[in-house]
Design a protein around this ligand. Sequence first.
Ligand SMILES: [Zn+2]
Ligand SMILES: [Zn+2]
Length: 415
Amino acid sequence: MLFLSLNKQFPFSLNHLSSGIFCSKNAIFSVPKVIVCFILLLPGYSLYGRSIWVSLYNSRQVHSIVVSAYNGPLTVMADGGLQYTIATGQAVYATLRDGKIWISNMQGQEGSFERLTVQGADSSTIVRLRPVSPQSEARNYEGTVSLGAGVDRIQLINRIDEDRYIAGVTEAEAGQGRAREFYKAKTIICRTYLYGHIDRHENEGFHLCDEVHCQAYKGQCRGRNILPAVVATRGIILTDRTDSKPILAAFHSNCGGETESAQNAWQNSLPYLTPVTDPYCNSSPSARWQKTISLDDWIGYLVKNGYKLDPNTVTDFSFQQLRRIPNYTVDKFIMPVRQIRTDWQLRSTFFSIAVEDGNVVLRGRGYGHGVGLCQEGAAEMGRRGFKYGEIISFYYKNVNLVPVNTLQIRVPEFD
Ligand SMILES: [Zn+2]
Ligand SMILES: [Zn+2]
C-alpha cells in the first residue's frame, strides 16, 4: 500500500494554479517555464507517474475481443515470459475458452494464456480494443492494457497515467470544444472523485471501473484544451472545509436555473451541496423540457400510489415550482417529485404541472439530479471568462482546493 504523504517540495497555492503548477515561478523546477511546459506536453512523456488501474467495458462481460496496433507496434507479454509483437495495422483476436484466453493472429497462429499484457513503445502508442462478443464500440487506449482470464469474462484493465486518465474522463463527461477554465474545473472534479473512491474496486484488483458507477472513461482524450487543463490543476482536489476529506463532487447536465440540495435529492445533507441560483444555463438546449400525460393516466398513477380521489369535489391537479420544492401536493396527498421523476423517467424534478384539454402537461427545467455543479452553466461561465476557482466556488460552498499529497489517502497497489 502506498500512502500519499505531505510533500513540502510541492509548493503551490491557489495563486499559482491559474498559470499551471509547473509553469509557476515558485515551482520546484528551475528550467525555463516554456521548456517545462513543452516537455510536459510531448507525446510519450509520463505526465505524473502514478498509474490508475481502470476496468474496461466493465459491465459488458467481454468474451471475445480484437486487439490492434493503431499507430505503432505493440508488444504482447504473456505467461511464461512469452513475448511477441503486433505490427502496426495488424490485430490479434482473443477469446475466452476453458478458463484461458486463446489468441490467434492474422496468420491463424494460436496460443492460450492466463494473462496477457499489451503495450506500445511509449505512452502515446494506442492499444485499440474492439469487443466482438458482446459487440461494443471500438476505443483507443494509452498506457498498458492487460487481458486476464476471468470466470465469466476477459478482464480488461488499462493501467494509465493519472493525468491521461483524468483527461479521458473529462472528455467523456464534458465533451470537446469548451473553454479552458471550465475544463480546469472539471478536471478537479474528476480528480476529487478519483481520490474519494480510489479503493472502490480494490477487492476486484483495480481502482475504478470505466462506467458511470465510477466515472465514464472511454479511453484516449482527443480534445486539445483538456490535457493542458489537467496539467494546470495537477494534484488539486476539493475537500470539505469541515472535515478536510474529498467532497462528493456531484455534477449534472443542467440545473434549470437553480441547483438542488443533497438533502432534497438524497436525504443526505452536505454543507457544500446547497441550492444556488444559476443564471448561466438558461439558454442551453436542455434548459427546458415538456411531457404530456392524459389526466386519466395521471389520476390512475396517483391512486396507485395512495391518493384517494373524491368524485364529489373538483380537484386541482396543477402544481408550480418557481423555485425547487421537494413534494407535489394535491388535496392533502403528498408525493416526492423525485419519485415522480423516476416513475415517469423525467429529465428533472424541477417541473410544474398544468391541466390542459384532458391532459396534464409537465413543463420542466434542467436535465439531471440538479445537485452540485451544473455542467452547462459552468461551461457558459468558462466561456464568459470566469476563472476555474470562481466556477467551483459558485457551485460548491465551504470547500477548499488542496494538493492531494497533503492528505492521508491510501492508494491501493496491485500487481
Ligand atoms: Zn465502478
Ligand atoms: Zn444551471
